[in-house]
Design a protein around this ligand. Sequence first.
Ligand code: NAD
Ligand code: MG
Length: 395
Amino acid sequence: MNRITLLGATGSIGASTLDVIARHPERFSLFAATAGRSVDALVSLCIRFQPRFAVVADEQRLGSLRDGLRAAGLPTIARAGEAALAEVACAPECDTVVAAIVGAAGLVSTIAAARAGKRVLLANKESIVSAGRLLVDAVRAGGGELLPVDSEHSAIHQCLAGAQVAGRDVRRLILTASGGPFRTRGNLDGITPEQACAHPNWVMGRKISVDSATLMNKGLEVIEASWLFGFDAGRIDVVVHPQSVIHSMVEFVDGSVVAQLGTPDMRTPIAYALAYPERIDSGSATIDFARLGTLSFEAPDLQRFRCLALAYEALAGGTGRTATLNAANEVAVEAFLGGRLQFADIPSIIEQTLGAVDADEPASIEAVLEIDARARRAAARCVDRHAVAILNPAG
Ligand code: NAD
Ligand code: MG
């Protein structure tokens, strides 16, 4: 029995993971489930999956979590706070940790799982973007393994199977991008959060949906691929593929290109990582190629979607830069979703923050957290200045 800690159980990846787990009760059981604030959703899934622990990150909600579990007659133990998230991620009774918290808020618990030698299934791309080599080193030191959940990285993992990755076999990695909801829209002014979150192919959390609309999601994924597979930026390309059927590709030195295809359903990469190296049913649908008809490709527009170019630049500058990029993006996206920033101004906030924050290569997770905090303060000041500039256009 593979006992799973699901960090971010109430989110979109959390729900897809639970769906796969429920299909294989003889294989998987839930050891712990965590949420940021949504206690009701956490209690509901505890009723269904009966984990040993339920953790809410927001300590103010411990009482209501306890009450909810008691009212449901469950023996599940309630915990709260970031330390409790890390505790259930490295508990000896757990084998696999699914890291599906959104944002750098998932960093500490992901690192804890890695250090404890767990099989870590990484959805939380912000943690590898912020910590870079430190996360890879923690996995190595812990003696566990890191498997991607992100569909592009799962595709690359599948395409690489057995190849000499960082060695001579591979010419380049090719990440596909849907292009997001504004791929064909010339003007990015006046976009609302609802429009930005209406992704053409995937239903996801709001933060990653906005990232997909700005193409920052692909930028974060280029950085993620660089650390997961050991490639520098010059050997990771991005191509826009609006149908999201090819999830990514690997080009080998002999000219062969291997691609992984599937319907856009996160249960496929989740099932792949949960059962690796075996294959299990994920519940996803079969592709009907005849109905699909066409697969098309185009170059990403780096002028209109500057976030992707900023991510490549940050990757070349090191982990101090990618941690800053990530924090600034989180602040900008939150401001946009909160109605305090225009969609089109998200890249400027990130660029200004990168200009204002001088961060060395972090040597520890504490150093990453310090850079993250500093970058958030700088980005928040940039957002405030933008708001003032909009109120007083003449000044
Ligand atoms: P979501 O917003 O639907 O869910 C986020 C989860 O994290 C929820 O359980 C929430 O309660 C929890 N959370 C939020 N803030 C927290 C905090 N401060 N502390 C602890 N927990 C907190 O997000 P999602 O779409 O499921 O994405 C999760 C991660 O997976 C992100 O890093 C995203 O980039 C990545 N990812 C998602 C998809 C997808 O299809 N949704 C695909 C690839 C990668
Ligand atoms: Mg992805």
